[in-house]
Design a protein around this ligand. Sequence first.
Ligand SMILES: Nc1ncnc2c1ncn2[C@@H]1O[C@H](COP(=O)(O)OP(=O)(O)OP(=O)(O)O)[C@@H](O)[C@H]1O
Length: 926
Amino acid sequence: MYAFYSLLVYIFYTVFKKEEESALGGEGPDGATGQNETRHVSMETQSRRRNGHTPSLARRGFDGVIDSGGSSGDSDGLSDEEEDDDCAVEEDPGAVASTPLAAFLSFKQEAEKRRASHALLETGGKGPESPLVAVMSHLLSFLEQYAHLQQLQQQAEQYRLQLQRRRVRHRRQVKALRASYRRRLRDKSSVISTLEEAISQQQSEGDRAASGFQAGLHKLVESLCGLQGERSQLRGELRLLHAQLEQKDQDRHVRAQAFQQQIEELKKHIAEREDELARLRTESGVTDSEKRVLCLSAENESLKQSLTVTQGLLQQLSVLPSQSSCVLLKENETLRSRVQQLESSLQQRGDQLSYLERRSEQSEWQRCEELRRREERLRELQLELDKERSKEPVVKYVTQTVEVESPATLRQLAEAKEHNELLTEKLASQSKKYRQLEEQLRCSDEVSGNLQRKIIAYEVEIEKLRGELLKEIGHLEERKEEAVKAAAECSEQHLQNLQEQFTGLQRRLAALPPTLRSMKTDYASLRSQVRNFSDFYGAAVMEAKKQLTAVISEMSEANKDLLEKYRKEVALRRKYHEQLVELKGNIRVLCRVKPVLKEDQHDEGQMVVVTTDPNNESAVTVLHKGKSRTFELDKVFHPQATQEEVFQEIEPLVTSCIDGYHVCIFAYGQTGSGKTYTMEGTAENPGINQRALKHLFSEIEDRKDMWTYSVTVSSVEIYNEVLRDLLSKDGEKLDIKINPDGTGQLHVPGLRVIDVKSFQHIKKILAKARRNRVTFGTQMNHHSSRSHALLTVTVLGTDLTTGTKTSGKLNLVDLAGSERVWKSGAEGERLKEAQNINRSLLALGDVIQALRGRQTHVPFRNSRLTYLLQDSLGKGNKTAMVVQISSLERNVEETMCSLKFAQRVCKVELGPAARKIETASMCEQI
Ligand SMILES: Nc1ncnc2c1ncn2[C@@H]1O[C@H](COP(=O)(O)OP(=O)(O)OP(=O)(O)O)[C@@H](O)[C@H]1O
């Protein structure tokens, strides 16, 4: 109890120290240093929480924040993302529980619980509560308040953060609205432009003249306006031209009438002249008449010229409608100048006419005068005629002359008349052309009227579209205004809400400092109390430590004793077991489980079915066909067992070889199960062979003061039932024979036996034997040993004091792999090998069976292997078999076979081992 309180106070002090440091250092509660310093406390708290001790205060704070967060979340109607943010914020108070303070509070709960339980136990009869407990409860209530304050501060911080986030979100919303409004405007303008394009396309289809216009309504409107301007200008020009034409028409009419009148007058004049001429012909002389005819002809010519000019003008006028309006303009100009010219010529004509009138008046006057004179003359001539009636031939001559001249004048007159008729015809055709031109002009007027109507229709349509467009824009503007207004209202409301919340929080915060101050004073006083208290709890802790140390040392002492006893017990058990085995002469059977290697993991069926029991070193369990079967052997090595561990188990047998025993150690198992690895090992991690010889030499070295030893080594392999020397160069075939020395022991004539002096020497020999061994790759093992390899070490010892001789033999056998022919993929030569291997292993099994059944006949000779091992497998020998097994499911059948065989071997009793010893005088067997 005392120790518990001491511990509690220590934790409390640590927590306070940390809080103080963080406050001074300005680090937040999440500071990395703080975390590091309090990690052990937090971990302890978490573990307690896992056991159901959730601090009530922390949970309360967490719930409170969730409630407030939840209500605000509902009222805000935030998006999922925002709600996620809120959740993230809500989780923070949960973190409070993991602070040292919360951890400490959990202690408080426990303390309260314990107090309650104590109160129940100590039913009233006890004295008042200890001062330490009172101080602690006071302290804890303060801490509770302090924690509450921290939570409130955190809440305020969270609210501030929320407010900031919402402001940012509001700004983003406004931005997004603006952007969407702009986007919509852009969309509308693109719709308008597409409309304009469509209109322009229609326009271009309908109006050939507008084919060159640019797409776009504005341009169209502009061009239409331009066209309108041009049209009105053209209209004006046309009107002007019309007026001019009318004017010219009138002029032409007037002129034609004038010409007509002139012609009429001229005709009249001609008629008059003709009359006059006729009259003159009849009445007077020729000379004046001729002059007048000449004069009239000249006038006639000038009239003809003016007529030609008028005709030319008329022709030009007929060309006018077919020309374009711009050409018309130019023509108009030229026409104006022409009209001016015509006016001037008309003026001239007028002048000429007045001149002619004057002259006509003059000539009339002259003619009257002449007539008067002629009348007078006629009278005179009448008178003379009367007188000259008698002079008839002279008159006749004159008449003839008149008659002679008169036909020429008549011809001229006829020609003039003809010419006149021609001119009249031309005039008629010109009038016709004029009418046609008028018709054309009317047609063009109609066309221009149609065009005008079309333009007006287009204008109306454009106006309509413009109106619609403006209406749409107005509509959009209204909607935008509404949206912006709504968003602004919403955000304002939001802001107002948040501000209200913020103000509430600020109010609450403002109310907090006095409480905080009072708490701080409480805290300071408590701290001082705690500081004084530190000496007290320091002593308590020391005391508790001492007690603990004492208890621990006591316990460790007891443990040591127990361990020692246990070890002794195990060693004793082992010794007894070994003695029993030795007495019985059993073959020791060891089992080694091959670890699952990388190369095995790529294959299928890699489930592990073999398990070893760490508490029982002699049991191995195999899961076979859904059933698990346990095999009891002398020793089971788990997959991680080292080469050294395996050798440790064999070592006594090796040592006994020096003492003069025949020992046989052989590895048995399916191909690829690790036989060669166990017996030979690798260069870096040698197996039993090397280790055994090393041990032999070290033992010999140890005994060199009392014993002298000679070690010889030979190595053979049995491949396809043929014995081969692994140490000779040519690998000659050998045979097994009975030794002719009469001992009855087997011997192999021609076998190379090498004297070995040192371990280094033996290493080379072993390497040579390994090289010479037959290996091939099979589906089961890439370097499968296809033969049984036998390393025989003979140790002959001589006791230096007594001269006693010992002859020990160590047979180290690496059997070829037992395998299923179909599984190893053997064919041809490999099949033959496999069959031989299996046959010799079967023979080994038969030998084991016979030995086990204590049969009188043991079939050693059934195979070369058993024949060769006869020495070591027979009675009085020490034999150990290492059964190699694979732990993978795909090899479970072979594993079962090997273990069954091992179990059979286990039960073989060879009888007590016999030492091969020879005293100086006699040969005896003990
Ligand atoms: N305990 C082990 N630790 C590591 N590797 C092992 C172990 N046992 C066997 N191996 C490896 O497994 C492979 C096959 O072993 P090994 O050649 O010794 O089998 P084997 O029983 O002699 O086969 P075979 O009968 O075909 O000659 C070798 O590469 C070997 O290094």
